[in-house]
Design a protein around this ligand. Sequence first.
Ligand SMILES: [Zn+2]
Length: 462
Amino acid sequence: MESELNIPSTVNDPHYRYKMPRIQTTIQGSGNGIKTNWVNLPDVSNALKVPVEYPIKFISRELGANTDIKPNSYLINGSHSAEDMQKLLDKFIKKYVLCPKCHLPEIHGKIKVGKKDIKSTCRSCGSTCKLDSAHDFAAYIKRNPPPYEEDDKVAGEKVAPEKEKEKEKKKKETKIDKELKKNIKECCLGLPDKIKDEEPIEKNIDEIKQFLAKYDFSLDLKFYCFTFGIIPTEIYTKSFEHRLPIIKHFIEKESDNNPDEALYNFLIGFQDLIFSRQKGKNKIYVPSVLYYLYDRDILSEDFWKDYLNGVVQKKYQSILNSTDGEKQLKESAKDFSDWIETGPYEGDEEEKKDKEKEKEEKENEKEKEKEKEKAEDEEENKKGKGKEKKKKNKKKKKAEEKEKEKEKEKLKQKEKKEEKEEKEEKEDKKEEKEDKKEDKKEEKEEKKEDKKEEEEIDIDGI
Ligand SMILES: [Zn+2]
């Protein structure tokens, strides 16, 4: 049994960054005087960043048992298993430790107790929410409010970006030395030569694997460089079509079983890449790339939403992430995010499924017909009709089969054509939408462009 659990323990991710010790208890006394001693309560409270007595007070209310708290002795009347207590602790965590909006334990020091309500502000997503004021334990919180940290501004993009920037700079300076920087640059610039669009995908994958292995990067650096190398400048091309399965393979299979973390680092690479490549055309380029990733099941709706509200960033740390880059990517991706929000794909998906079903049914019918014919033939043979007739029948059957094959082929081609038209229509619509937007924003873009030019980050800027 692992000694550490996620906060709350119902989160299944083994790499989750919020951890707490598993509850440890001993049983004292016997009979009516039996008591449960929560041996490691201070460690658990410390991990949850709540006053030491909060968890035991909550659990005792849930159990309807009294507590006896002294230094180094945290007793609850009765005998209670650690597993039962863990379940109740998770309940406590969900009510009073996690942000109700983003479900991260980031409201510590930001719980404000009023006469009526208990409110929290989240350090991660910035939202202010009401906590459960109806539970018995709420009365205890009101009498014993947790310390409130007035000056510590809630983090997030909108608040204290200067402080954030400074912190980030320092982190980078300490962790990326000159040697590493040289290697990252070399890897980013060298990778494109390893990808040959005319060669089979498997061969490309091997070449890239071998090339990346030379650097022995950690997961974050590896996928950062991978993005730089593999996403082409132009995307409505065969080249990108060819590379999409390679991207999918690397994120799923070459990520040490952490596809989500790999994808996150892939996006960080993408953040920096769009600064140096498209120069002002990002509002078309970025949503299109993301659309392709989505279409090929590389990027999921849930993952993108988690990225937008900062959940992914909290989960996985990368020394290469920058708030500027993140902001730029989110801004450029607006069309894609809107599109995800309205979810137009579901209809398409259903249409697709219907079509597939129709096809299957047709095929089944054909199969049945064939079988029927076969059975009839056999019947005739049994009856011992002349050889001549058999031959004739065979010929007839062959001709019929040929005809059927032809029909099948026609149907296939028709379907292909329809699919193609559908795709083109979709792209046309997209382009139209983008064109409109472009027109509107052209002026604005131009003004921004000059400013951006100075700020642009290329690989040197790492
Ligand atoms: Zn939150």
